[in-house]
Structure formats: C-alpha cells, structure tokens
Design a protein around this ligand. Structure first.
Ligand code: ZN
Length: 405
C-alpha cells in the first residue's frame, strides 16, 4: 500500500500540525490547498499553469464525471490523472454533495445564517425536489437531461475506483444547518451505516483491481453544529474496520457554522487518530484557513477562487476587489503588487479590465491563475509559518491586513 501520512511539525497549545501525505502520484506537503477541477479540468487553465502556480493536487467531482463522460470511459483512458494530463496527486469527492445539493435544490446548502429556520424539506423557490434519500441510497435526476439515476455507497465506490484518484471520499448523506436535530441524528447514523458499506465495497474493489495503484478512502464526518453528534460520528468512523479495511483519512464535512468553524473542527479532531490526514471540504476564505489549520485540518478544497475569478473578483493581501470597476481602467500595475504569479508578472489591471469588458476568454484564464496562486500561496505560507514556530504572528499579521481593507 503506497499511501501514508507523516506528521513533521506540531503547533504548540493547539492540534494544528504540518506533515506529508504520500500517494502513488507524489507527495502533498500539508497544510495544503487542493485546486478544484470539477469536470476533470481546472476551468480555463492548462494543467501546466496549475502546476506552475504551485498546486500540489487537484480534486475532481465524481457526480459530474459519472454523468459525463462516464467513469467507465475515464477508467479506459487510464484514470483521471492521465485523462486530464495531471501527473500529480488527485482527489475525487463521493458525489453525495452534488446529488443532494444540486439535485434537491436546497435553498442554501452551507447556510451560515440559521436564524428561525427549522425545516427538513428546504427547497429553493421555483425548484422541485430532484433527489430522494432512502436507507439504501439516493435516487436523483440528472441536472443535464433529467434522466433518473441511483447512487448508493457501492455505486459511488465503483465510480471512484474507475475514476482512479489517489484519495476518495465515502458516500455520505449531506444535511444543512436548516435540518432539525432529529434529522441530523438519523443522518449521522445513516452515514455511519453507509461508511461500513463503502469500506466493504472499497476492500472488494481494491482486491479486484490489484494491478492499479492503491486508492485511499476517507470517511466523511457529519453532525452539523452539534458537539455530541460530531464527536460520536468521528469516534464511530475512527474505530470502524470492515474486512480488515479502515479509513485512510477523514473528511470534515457537512454544514459548518463559520463563526464556530474552529470549535467544531476541534471536536472532530479530538476524536480522530493523529496519524491520519483530515480534509476540510469546501472552504477558501483566509480566516477559515487559519481557524481550521490551528485546529488540525490538513488539506482543503474549494471552487471559490476560480469561480469568483471568472467574475473579475481578485484576491490580494489587502482584501478582495473587482477589476471590472472603472477605477482600474487605466491602472497599469499588477493585479497584486509583489505577486509572483504568471498574470501579475506579465499583465496589468488595465489589461484584465479590458479583457473582462470585451468578454475575452483570456480574462478568466489570467484571473484564475492569480486567485489560485493567491490561495495556494496563502496556505503554503501558513505551513511555513507553522513549521518556523511563527503561526500566531503570521495569522495576526495576515488577517489584520486582509480584513482592514
Ligand atoms: Zn498574481
């Protein structure tokens, strides 16, 4: 088995750490930001550029690739990395998030504002429910053509084995902060039963496909904002073993209240083994990175840096701004002064402003390169500060500047 994790440095007085995840396609130094390539492409950017901007790994989406072009086709192509010409480590998520968020049309999947909401059937206005959860799995309609599909723990594991990523996630039930406490409880229990089935299917598929590189499987911890549920879910998955197969790491999943992010991560980390990596799904704001890394999260992913880049929103150490606005029309300086990315070392804000106004495709490419570089570099810098014993000083300095703007 060529998957392992070494902790190399620890934060004093908190669970945070730095380390190295070893995968068959290379090492990932942690903490690390994993760039998202939902449909086996980081939108608008060549893999060479993704590599040049410092990304160590790419995360693709099992739901999208299962529907199009099909996981069997990607298997035939030699797996996700070979198919998309990304030689480094890859991740796939289980598809559960997309099935239940896109499919069910939740109003706001990771809602941060829960005031007054206690409803287990939150559907966005004008949408009909497109996914139904039962004990065995989820039936849903494709967002592409409305065709009916079925996803179960076993099917998700087969899809992810065919996609061939180095790190996969167990199929879990996604809840939102708007679900009731009773529903969260039953969902955590169901996610645990699904985790057992994922491990069994994973053990079988690993044996069947013994000629392929080992694919690591992470269990996903749910439990929303409830301490007892989060702890029970983490303990349950940490001790779970089926046919000699345990989880290789853990996904810190589901709805997380922003203001309690560090606290909630702390509950889970407290119950998890030290020697296995922890991936926090779907965050990219600077304050969230610091809070999560301090409490022991190792890797992160989010579509946010590239999604907002395509809308001309630019991250800098002095906060976020929109290069589309009139004041940048004659601004012959880089997107961010001092940035070492390809975009900032070759182009000006005025040029990006022009590309966005003219609706040129290159606008998305150049803005994405900068935002992904900003995000990867931020987490790299946090890692370096942690290793040097400077985590808290760097946190105060960075956040003070970023949020004062
Ligand atoms: Zn830049």
């Amino acid at each position: 088995m060529s998957f392992s994790f070494d902790v190399t440095h620890r934060l004093e007085g908190a669970p945070g750490r730095a380390g190295v995840i070893h995968t068959p396609h290379g090492d990932i130094e942690t903490p690390a930001f994993v760039v998202v390539g939902t449909k086996a492409t980081v939108k608008a950017v060549l893999p060479e550029s993704v590599s040049h901007l410092g990304a160590q790994a790419v995360l693709a989406n099992a739901y999208h690739l299962y529907l199009q072009p099909g996981s069997d086709l990607i298997d035939e192509a030699g797996g996700l990395g070979r198919f998309m010409n990304w030689p480094g480590p890859t991740f796939t998520d289980s598809g559960g998030f997309q099935v239940m968020s896109l499919g069910a049309g939740f109003k706001k999947v990771l809602a941060m504002d829960t005031a007054g909401l206690q409803n287990d059937d939150v559907i966005a206005e004008g949408k009909t429910r497109m996914a139904h959860v039962d004990e065995d799995g989820v039936t849903f309609k494709s967002h592409l053509d409305g065709n009916r599909h079925r996803l179960t723990p076993e099917i998700s594991m087969r899809i992810q084995h065919e996609l061939g990523a180095d790190i996969m996630f167990a199929f879990d039930e996604l809840t939102t902060l708007m679900n009731t406490r009773a529903y969260q409880e039953s969902s955590v229990e169901r996610t645990h039963r699904w985790a057992e089935r994922c491990l069994a299917a994973h053990a079988q598929l690993t044996a069947e496909r013994a000629d392929k590189p080992y694919q690591a499987l992470f269990g996903v911890i749910q439990g929303a904002q409830y301490e007892d549920l989060r702890r029970a879910a983490a303990r349950g998955l940490a001790s779970l073993e089926v046919d000699g197969q345990a989880f290789d790491g853990y996904g810190l999943g589901g709805a997380l209240e922003k203001e309690n992010l560090g606290t909630i991560i702390g509950w889970m980390v407290d119950e998890l083994p030290e020697d296995k990596p922890r991936h926090l799904l779907g965050i990219s704001e600077p304050d969230d990175f610091f809070a999560a890394i301090e409490m022991g999260a190792d890797t992160f992913d989010s579509v946010n840096p590239s999604r907002v880049a395509r809308n001309a929103a630019i991250y800098t150490a002095d906060g976020r701004y929109n290069v589309n606005t009139a004041r940048h029309r004659r601004s012959f300086i880089p997107l961010e002064e001092g940035c070492d990315c390809y975009t900032c070392t070759h182009y000006t804000r005025a040029y990006l402003h022009h590309l966005f106004k003219a609706k040129e495709m290159l606008a998305s490419t150049l803005a994405t390169i900068h935002n992904e570089r900003f995000t990867v570099r931020l987490v790299d810098n946090i890692r370096a500060a942690l290793k040097a014993g400077q985590f808290h000083a760097y946190k105060d300095e960075f956040l003070g500047r970023f949020y004062s703007a």
